[in-house]
Design a binder for this molecule. Structure first.
Ligand code: TRP
Length: 333
């Protein structure tokens, strides 16, 4: 029977180059869910300016991110791919939701506390109210699920609270979304400091999607393994975080189970294991890099993709925004 598909939405800020953690932890899962859900994925460019950006770099990275989404297998015919700033309803609903988000709630956001500590000379209003804009990003599309990493769960919780508060006053305007943490969630950690999530802020421990094979190999050869005495390839997140992370990566790119990997490297030690992981990653990223480079050189195609995406997104977002404007008492234009 034709029941409508559930709606899924997520975004990544084009504030840095996409890396293996973004791919294995998020984008790869998005690709696998293409048929099952009605999907909206966007470049969250408006969020990036809460910290200072170099304009030309932001523009370039936004387009690169789109090209890389497509190269990773996100089919723009089957997923709505768009640039946040192309859909004015985000800013418009963001303002309204600012008026339904409490100062106290915003003050408790750990990301705000972290980022304001790191950017003490630029603690601007946007950094503080960022979660209201993120709530708008989400609620405009009435999604069922929002796939996010652990670090964004608090923002999705806030979104739910704001939506419930609004609905309580005005009736059922917003669907209450669920955070979606995939079961086999590949949480990819930093190669040099496996206690932390892989992040562009530590480039030595981070493999970028567009990185050259020799650089990728070098990073894997230098990846920290654990200073336990057994020195064997065995999965144990607590006792062997470095090796376990490499196993997780190897498993994600080869499809082999952790047990298969333990068997494959039995008696071989880390010296054989690390380059094997590096090579598997290189081979996984090679076609993505080549395809992204090809797509990026086709400006007309990219433009066509993001325009079509913005048009579809604006249509859906506009419906929600009109409802909200009416509820709060704005005169219809
Ligand atoms: N805040 C997210 C991040 O920093 C990006 C983001 C913005 C987002 N709006 C969103 C993610 C809406 C999911 C849904 O990673």
């Amino acid at each position: 029977m034709d029941t409508p598909k559930k709606v899924m939405l997520s975004g990544i800020q084009p504030s840095g180059d996409l890396h293996l953690g973004n791919y294995l932890g998020a984008i790869k899962n998005w690709v696998e869910r293409t048929e099952q859900f009605d999907n909206y994925y966007f470049m969250a460019d408006m969020h990036t300016i809460t910290v200072r950006q170099v304009p030309a770099d932001l523009r370039r990275r936004t387009l690169e991110q789109l090209a890389q989404y497509i190269a990773c297998g996100l089919d723009p015919e089957k997923n709505t791919l768009f640039i946040q700033s192309h859909v004015p309803a985000h800013a418009q609903l963001g303002w309204v939701l600012n008026c339904y988000t409490m100062f106290g709630e915003l003050s408790r956001m750990t990301q705000f506390k972290d980022k304001s500590a790191r950017n003490a000379d630029n603690i601007n209003g946007g950094l503080f109210t960022y979660p209201s804009l993120m709530a708008a990003d989400i609620l405009l599309y009435q999604p069922d699920y929002v796939p996010v990493g652990e670090d964004q769960k608090q923002h999705v919780e806030l979104t739910r609270n704001v939506a419930q508060r609004f609905n309580h006053v005005y009736g059922d305007v917003f669907k209450i979304p669920e955070p979606y943490i995939p079961k086999a969630g590949a949480r990819i950690m930093c190669l040099t400091n496996p206690e932390n999530k892989m992040s562009k802020s530590n480039p030595d421990g981070c493999v970028f999607l567009m990185e050259k094979p020799e650089d990728i190999m070098r990073k894997f050869k230098r990846a920290v393994t654990d200073c336990d005495t057994e020195r064997c390839v065995r999965y144990d997140r607590e006792a062997k975080p470095g090796v376990s992370n490499l196993m997780q990566i190897y498993s994600a790119v080869t499809g082999k189970s952790l047990e298969e990997i333990e068997r494959e490297f039995e008696g071989k030690g880390y010296g054989a294991f690390k380059p094997a992981v590096g090579e598997a990653v290189v081979e996984t990223l090679r076609p993505i890099r080549e395809e992204a480079t090809r797509i990026l050189s086709d400006k007309a195609y990219l433009e066509q993709v993001y325009r079509a995406g913005a048009e579809k997104a604006s249509y859906i977002a506009g419906k929600t925004l009109r409802k909200v404007y009416k509820k709060v008492g704005f005169v219809a234009p």
